[in-house]
Design a protein. Structure first.
Length: 45
């Protein structure tokens, strides 16, 4: 490959970081949604 290995490594790392951030954001949103529903059920159930 004619590309600089550091640039390739950096791009791979940044994509991994982006994917990780997206996954953690999904998990956080899911947990917030779940706990919100749980609190509503606890309050009115």
């Amino acid at each position: 490959m004619g590309k600089n290995p550091k640039i390739v490594l950096f791009s791979l790392l940044s994509t991994k970081i982006v994917v990780f951030l997206l996954l953690s954001a999904k998990i956080v949103l899911f947990l917030l949604f779940f706990t919100k529903n749980h609190i509503i059920f606890a309050a009115f159930g």
